[in-house]
Design a protein around this ligand. Structure first.
Ligand SMILES: NC(=O)c1ccc[n+]([C@@H]2O[C@H](COP(=O)([O-])OP(=O)(O)OC[C@H]3O[C@@H](n4cnc5c(N)ncnc54)[C@H](OP(=O)(O)O)[C@@H]3O)[C@@H](O)[C@H]2O)c1
Length: 361
């Protein structure tokens, strides 16, 4: 095992709305009950540009972002069981400086850390944590405190890792807006594990074959109008759409999803609701919830995520869950800002952008 340095390179946000810049900063220390990870690959997420452009989530600076982390265990904190030095793992940053992935070392919570099977690279592994947890928490978290559904909610389905959960919804249709997005790809795979069929999804037509390989049965062009979508769905199924997951949650996709949803059903969003309040009030039987894709907190998320993480290595080995396709960015941490700009301007399609922090000059 390599000696852990005291300083490292990090992509730092020096102040609210400032430009990201590579700086030398201290290596974080893990403390009891935590792991220190050498970050071999970090995937980019839309939240990482929103942190910079919209000034969200971080209030102390300099800050470090980056949530999708793959690497090796370099230090095992006191009391941690089940992990050893050198283990190849994936885990999710928690929007704090020590836990974030746009740096060469990060601190992880072992309860939501999983080993990567031999057949998967660090880069593939890094594509999994945020997308999978956002999909899973939005579908399967139960017992959430009432009244916060538009901030932190779920369809409340039985999870495929629970007894009788795999295949439980056989014969029921499922609709995903934006199946080619990172979150959407995991929604599709979980819907397949839950047994839903048909799985109907919107995407750009060039992603159709890829999405069928993940479990989508019918790919509809993302450019179709609501009336065209309705007509296409009628040709596919006569069953009601009780669960719709809108993995892009643009105002227009939210409205279309809401119209297609059966009364009594649940629409899961990934962004705040843009559905007019009067519309929500006039159709009270349609539930609208927003997933909150953070494995580390609050406690209801951590409880569900910890169980999912216990199953994750086996699912990856089995191929039940496949990572996103990867595009590696050049230049280590230096390559991240340009990648974030491509995400912001909708210039990434069906792949996850991944950086290798150890390659930073
Ligand atoms: N609530 C949370 O905790 C949480 C967690 C994670 C992400 N999010 C949010 O969820 C959204 C998706 O994140 P992500 O990382 O999955 O995004 P992403 O992978 O960067 O999404 C890119 C994909 O979105 C698809 N897309 C864009 N506009 C579309 C439209 N009108 N209809 C259908 N597909 C469309 C494109 O599909 P095609 O290539 O097929 O055109 C593209 O491949 C972001 O807004 C993100 O901030 C929220």
């Amino acid at each position: 095992m390599s000696v852990i340095p005291t300083i490292q390179k990090a992509l730092v946000l020096p102040a609210k709305y400032a430009e990201y810049a590579v700086r030398t900063v201290p290596v974080p220390r893990p403390g009891p009950g935590r792991l220190l990870i050498k970050v071999r690959a970090v995937a980019l997420n839309p939240v990482d540009w929103k942190i910079q452009k919209n000034g969200i989530l971080y209030h102390e600076f300099p800050a470090i972002a980056g949530s999708d982390i793959a690497g090796t265990v370099e230090e095992v904190g006191e009391g941690v069981q089940g992990f050893a030095l050198g283990d190849r793992v994936i885990e999710q940053g928690a929007f704090t400086i020590p836990t974030s992935g746009f740096q060469q070392y990060a601190v992880a919570n072992p309860a939501v850390t999983a080993k990567i099977p031999d057949g998967l690279s660090f880069e593939q592994g890094a594509t999994i944590p945020v997308g999978l947890i956002t999909a899973a928490l939005g579908l399967y978290t139960r017992g959430l405190p009432p009244g916060k559904e538009l901030d932190h909610g779920s369809a409340g389905l039985q999870a495929p890792w629970e007894e009788g959960g795999r295949g439980k919804y056989t014969g029921k249709p499922f609709f995903v807006f934006g199946a080619a997005s990172s979150v959407g790809q995991f929604v599709v795979q979980l819907a397949r594990l839950s047994g839903f069929s048909p799985i109907i999804a919107t995407a750009s037509p060039h992603n159709a074959d890829f999405l069928r390989s993940l479990g989508v049965t019918h790919v509809l062009d993302r450019k179709l109008s609501l009336e065209q979508l309705r007509a296409e769905i009628a040709k596919i199924t006569k069953e009601p759409l009780d669960v719709i997951y809108d993995a892009v949650s643009l105002p227009e996709t939210q409205l279309a999803a809401y119209e297609l949803l059966e009364p009594g059903g649940t629409l899961v969003l990934v962004l705040y609701s843009a559905i007019p309040a009067e519309k929500l009030a006039s159709e009270p039987k349609k539930r609208v919830v927003k997933a909150y894709g953070q494995a580390n907190f609050p406690q209801e998320n951590l409880a569900v995520a910890a169980v999912l993480y216990k199953h994750l290595t086996a699912w990856l080995e089995e191929g039940a869950i496949k990572p996103n396709r990867v595009e590696v960015l050049p230049g280590g941490l230096e390559g991240i800002p340009e990648g974030l700009e491509r995400l912001r301007t909708d210039r990434v399609s069906g792949v996850k952008l991944v950086a290798r922090p150890q390659e930073t000059a």
